[in-house]
Design a protein around this ligand. Structure first.
Ligand code: NAG
Ligand code: NAG
Ligand code: NAG
Ligand code: NAG
Ligand code: NAG
Ligand code: NAG
Ligand code: NAG
Ligand code: NAG
Length: 402
């Protein structure tokens, strides 16, 4: 290393003085192509740090980070990892079969944010010596989720980013107009961050959209929420609820999932879901059916049959890919069937009227023969007066029989 450091600095000085670029001492050449490459990797994924050279005999490769810690070394035809920084243990490899073709690229696996930095690739042969710098930047962007939540009478949307780095640019729109978020929660001091951005739904007939942009990874995710029209249906009827992805290009060449659920306060109950990658569909509710074949579709509308009043409530369709999430809400109200309701109204009205008539008769006529037995107050009054005409009659008849 020391010798190389001398070789590295001395020629630079001499070259700048003499103006020689290619030949130096008896046949040894040094090319000071300090081409600095920027490489962007993703957390938990692998990356190749590029480095190429003009091949020659006796190849020596040293990959260092921040000009001091050894990441990977190779000489005499094999790897030498005795001085390797333990953080890189089992995570680095060279393309051994390619080295003799001038490929000294280093593969680093399972990246973390700590791997960010400037890497130096020194490659020497008996005739040439090069140094390349590679700047590694690491970003994180686990697919966010949009959650629709209801508490008491207020409802709100949360765009939740489970793991993101650097801090993303978050924007909310209501009906295509920018609006500020209501609340942001963040965990993670240096990153990756776990961020929840919340907005209160103040106008429930509006549509809401949150866009999250990771500028380093040049990646954007959009979550969109819309409330479809409310529906009024009668018992035992059926309802067809729509769920369409208007910009169907957003799903092209993308794996996605579709979930239909019933939203209850603080929880939700899944009716059915579909996974595009396996074309697998699972239906938990026997009265549920998709309206269309799901293959190659952007329409995930469904039908629910045999409605009962307990089906009243909110229904949510979620279409989700790695770039886009669409939430469509439907409000459904199921009333009692017309026939049954009318019948119940007639029966109850008639009974009330009947009772009313009887009490009027009772009070005004003071227990006639007609009302007797129904009107007890009358009866009691009569008893108080002593003789009951019918009783007298029976007494009389029995007396006659005797
Ligand atoms: C080196 O080889 C690997 C594996 O074939 C390849 O992915 C990489 O692009 C090559 N790098 C250069 C600089 O040629
Ligand atoms: C690297 O791999 C070796 C053998 O597979 C294992 O013994 C060692 O614990 C590993 N080191 C790390 C840091 O994972
Ligand atoms: C919701 O209502 C309950 C009581 O009905 C109350 O205890 C709770 O604080 C309310 N929650 C919110 C978020 O307003
Ligand atoms: C959002 O709603 C919560 C309660 O539901 C309230 O405490 C908060 O002030 C609201 N925020 C905004 C910005 O309206
Ligand atoms: C974000 O919301 C989820 C689900 O409600 C919760 O589990 C998580 O703790 C929240 N994260 C933060 C940073 O508040
Ligand atoms: C939502 O409803 C309110 C009043 O009911 C109305 O003023 C507003 O224009 C509606 N917005 C949309 C997007 O339909
Ligand atoms: C970012 O991505 C878009 C589309 O995915 C592409 O058109 C654009 O060139 C990219 N920009 C950079 C700087 O990579
Ligand atoms: C779906 O679309 C792809 C490409 O657009 C096509 O190859 C395939 O045959 C289609 N499948 C069906 C069932 O229509």
């Amino acid at each position: 290393m020391k010798v190389w450091a001398v070789l590295f600095f001395c020629p630079t000085l001499l070259l700048s003085l003499s103006g020689f670029q290619d030949t130096f001492f008896s046949g040894f050449s040094y090319s000071s192509i300090m081409n600095e490459k920027i490489v962007i990797g993703r957390c938990d994924e692998d990356i190749i740090l590029p480095c190429s050279f003009e091949s020659g005999p006796e190849i020596v490769i040293h990959w260092n980070i921040k000009d001091k810690n050894n990441v990977h070394s190779y000489y005499k035809g094999t790897d030498h990892l005795e001085t390797q920084d333990p953080r890189y243990a089992n995570r680095t490899s060279l393309f051994h079969s390619e080295i003799h073709n001038g490929n000294a690229s280093l593969s680093v696996s399972r990246l973390s944010l700590l791997d960010e930095g400037i890497y130096t690739c020194y490659v020497g042969t008996t005739t040439k010596y090069i140094t390349n710098k590679v700047v590694l930047k690491v970003g994180a962007f686990h697919t966010p989720v949009m959650m629709y939540e209801k508490r008491n009478t207020s409802s709100f949307l949360v765009c939740s980013m489970p793991s993101v780095y650097p801090r993303p640019h978050i924007t909310w729109k209501r009906d295509n107009t920018f609006v500020p978020e209501s609340k942001t929660e963040e965990i993670g001091y240096l990153g990756p961050f776990h961020i929840n951005s919340t907005i209160n739904i103040t106008e429930s007939n509006s549509s809401y959209e949150c866009a999250i942009e990771n500028s380093l990874l040049n990646q954007t995710w959009i979550g969109r929420w819309t409330l479809a029209d409310g529906f009024y249906k009668m018992q035992s009827e059926q309802i067809s609820l729509s769920c369409q992805v208007i910009i169907s290009s957003l799903l092209q060449n993308q794996d996605f999932s579709v979930t239909w659920s019933r939203v209850e306060s603080q929880t939700s109950h899944d009716l059915a879901w579909y996974l595009s990658s396996s074309q697998n569909t699972i239906i938990n509710e026997p009265r549920f059916s998709w309206n269309k074949e799901l293959v190659n579709q952007s329409d995930f509308s469904m039908t629910l049959t045999d409605l009962t009043p307990s089906d009243s409530g909110e229904y949510l369709c979620i279409v989700s890919s790695s770039k886009y999430t669409l939430l469509t809400i439907h409000r459904l109200h199921v009333g009692l069937r017309h026939g049954i309701a009318l019948w119940i109204i007639i029966v109850s009205t008639v009974s009330i009227l009947l009772l009313l008539i009887l009490s009027i008769i009772c009070i005004s006529q003071r227990c006639s023969n007609v009302s007797r037995g129904i009107c007890c107050i009358c009866h009691d009054e009569r008893l108080g007066n002593g003789a009951n005409p019918e009783e007298n009659l029976t007494l009389k008849t029995s007396a006659v029989r005797k």
